[in-house]
Ligand binder design. Structure first.
Ligand code: SF4
Ligand code: SF4
Length: 103
């Protein structure tokens, strides 16, 4: 599992570097760089935190994603988890930040 960072989109805010529990992402010249992709365990914290949707996460076959790519966009308190499948379809799961992590 790993992520891909779009350097064109990255604004160098550093949020991904702060939330990664493994300290796997660094800032270089005000751009986020994934330093240790093999150590990423796919917690998607960085994907969720990026304010400009610059980080994509690969949903590999090992977790049932069949090569889909996921990113997050936000509108106010609503997070849109967008899953782009290889067949060109997109599925979006909306989560209200105010109600997340409630079980
Ligand atoms: S998915 Fe989690 S472990 Fe992987 S780089 Fe992002 S924050 Fe770090
Ligand atoms: S959170 Fe997004 S914009 Fe901010 S440094 Fe990381 S990749 Fe760049």
């Amino acid at each position: 599992m790993s992520i891909r960072i779009n350097k064109e989109k990255c604004i160098g805010c550093g949020r991904c570097t702060e939330v990664c529990p493994g300290t796997l992402i660094n800032l270089q010249n005000q751009k986020a760089v994934m330093q240790y992709p093999r150590d990423c365990w796919g917690c998607v914290s960085c994907v969720k935190e990026c304010p400009v949707s610059a980080i994509e996460f690969f949903l590999g076959a090992d977790i049932g994603g069949n090569g889909s790519i996921m990113n997050v966009t936000e509108e106010g308190d609503i997070l849109h988890w967008n899953i782009h499948a290889q067949d060109g379809t997109t599925t979006t799961i909306d989560v209200d930040r105010n109600n997340s992590n409630q079980y």
